[in-house]
Design a protein around this ligand. Structure first.
Ligand code: NAD
Ligand code: UGA
Length: 463
């Protein structure tokens, strides 16, 4: 079966970029991305593609090329479902905040709503693709809903998890390490798999397109994120030991990373990993393991989160103890708020938790991030519900420039590894700060030697 019309439900960080690249690479396929969020769709349709709702290097150009040709953004969900032969579900699957599994399990209500809507609207056979990250065996629930419509429409369900990382989404989509497609082992299932393989084969080499059964595909996504996060927690755990022993975590990371069995990537010690997925997906894995009574498996993976929480808290604690055990009334400048560089996404960013700790200590925070707006920063803090919105606003000022943020500050904390931070006029920053002038580099990106020579007291992670 040759696919000519695709619909994607969910125009977020995954749905938007993924579909833009499919549309760019498959000009013969009409791709419609739908969302309930009218403002988001309006932003995707903004005349100036620099105003699309997600900042990703290279994305505006891809959207400019395909939008209006074979890429469309719309709020008409039912129409797009009805038209399409293949429907991607790319809605959010956050951690549950209520009921059983609260704080651990994935909340599948948005997925279920999509399945029910597809069941209700469809008049012709369709392939439904799980793009969202889902607990293993979710396809079974989706299948139950779709197979009980009684209208004779037949559905095939595929799992096609997304491995893109934010900040490099376009590059990751154009040159993926692999594409994973899981489906039923029946003939119909294999045909559906092949239909999706053919879409990706427009730009991805066949050897990189891996097909498996549904459950392997669903579980591989959670496993990949768990392994990646585990590497960060592992190196962060060692960073604390480095600080006690005189070892330097960057040197240790380099030394172990040259072992081809370990590999050099994802070994940067930091203030802690953030992002919408690592924590959510590991909690989900822990929950699933517990649900099967596999307590040792659950405890093993939970440690990755425990270590990450410790790393964030350790960073704020170090700021307080270094500043003579009090930051009350002291100005502390934050460079960076996003959870990593080259994205405006702040979900679960370590900066939020470090800020919360320091506000508890009555610090006055001045934040500068090249891509994150004031409203987002305050709403991230308000979401924690640690204090009133008025109190957060009183303690946090969002600065228009790094120099403004750092002026008269007692200390600077680097929370995101934006490249531009390296190139600032650090002499000017030093001259305008309170003395002694402290820098807490939560990303080890600044030149420690140069800053120390200027007069800064520099504290990195793991050295
Ligand atoms: P997101 O919150 O940015 O986008 C989800 C969108 O779905 C929202 O705009 C929301 O309005 C829309 N939506 C929800 N229910 C809907 C419905 N019934 N009909 C229409 N629209 C609906 O989320 P995201 O970051 O794109 O993540 C989506 C999924 O992809 C998650 O499962 C996530 O775990 C997974 N994932 C995310 C990343 C990432 O880098 N963000 C990477 C890989 C996988
Ligand atoms: C991660 C995975 O890398 C993607 O493959 C996956 O698709 C995605 O999650 C997802 O499922 O959402 P992402 O969270 O966008 O992607 O970004 P990463 O580059 O993985 O970084 C995650 C966090 O770990 C960031 O806060 C980053 O600063 C931190 N990190 C990463 C470190 O502290 N050290 C490292 O060496 C690497």
């Amino acid at each position: 079966m040759k696919i000519t019309k695709i619909c994607c439900i969910g125009a977020g960080y995954v749905g938007g970029p993924t579909m833009a690249v499919i549309a760019q690479k498959c000009p013969d396929i009409k791709v419609t991305v739908v969302d309930l969020n009218e403002a988001r769709i309006a932003a995707w349709n903004d005349k100036d593609t620099n105003n699309i709702p997600i900042y990703e290097p290279g994305l505006a150009e891809v959207v400019a090329e395909a939008r209006g040709r074979n890429l469309f953004f719309s709020t008409e969900v039912e129409k797009a479902i009805d038209e399409a032969e293949m429907i991607f579900i790319s809605v959010n699957t956050p951690t549950k905040t209520y009921g059983s599994g609260k704080g651990m399990a994935a909340d599948l209500k948005y997925i279920e709503l999509c399945a029910r809507q597809i069941a209700r609207v469809s008049k012709s056979n369709k392939i439904v693709v799980e793009k969202s990250t889902l607990p293993v065996r979710t396809a079974e629930a989706i299948k139950n809903i779709l197979d009980n419509t009684g209208n004779g429409v037949r559905f095939q369900i595929l799992s096609n998890p997304e491995f893109l990382a934010e900040g490099t989404a376009v590059q990751d989509l154009l040159n993926p390490d692999r594409i994973l497609i899981g489906g039923d082992t029946t003939e119909e299932g294999q045909n559906a798999i092949n239909a999706l393989v053919d879409v990706y084969a427009n730009w991805v080499a066949k050897e990189r397109i891996l097909t498996t059964n549904l459950w392997s595909s669903e579980l591989s996504k959670l496993t990949a994120n768990a392994f990646l996060a585990q590497r960060v927690s592992s190196i962060n755990a060692l960073s604390e030991l480095c600080e006690k022993t005189g070892a330097d975590v960057s040197e240790v990371a380099k030394a172990i990373g040259m072992d081809s069995r370990i590999g050099p990537k994802f070994l940067k010690a930091s203030v802690g990993f953030g992002g919408s997925c690592f924590q959510k997906d590991i909690l989900n894995l822990v929950y699933i393991a517990k649900a099967y009574g596999l307590n040792e498996v659950a405890d093993y993976w939970e440690q990755v989160i425990i270590m990450n929480d410790h790393q964030k808290r350790r960073f704020s604690h170090k700021i307080v103890t270094t500043l003579y055990n009090t930051v009350s009334g002291k100005k502390i400048a934050f460079l960076g708020w996003a959870f990593k560089k080259d994205t405006n996404d702040t979900r679960e960013s370590a900066a939020i938790y470090v800020a919360d700790d320091l506000i508890n200590e009555q610090a006055e925070l001045y934040v500068f991030d090249p891509k994150v707006a004031e409203g987002q920063i305050l709403s991230d803090l308000n979401y924690l519900d640690s204090r009133t919105a008025e109190e957060n606003k009183k303690q946090v000022t969002v600065a228009a420039s790094p120099y403004e943020a750092c002026k008269d500050a007692h200390a600077i904390a680097v929370l995101t590894e934006w490249d531009e931070f390296r190139d600032y006029d650090w002499k000017k920053i030093y001259d305008n700060m309170m003395k002694p002038a402290f820098v807490f580099d939560g990303r080890n990106i600044l030149d420690a030697k140069q800053l120390t020579e200027m007069g800064f007291i520099y504290k990195g992670i793991g050295s």
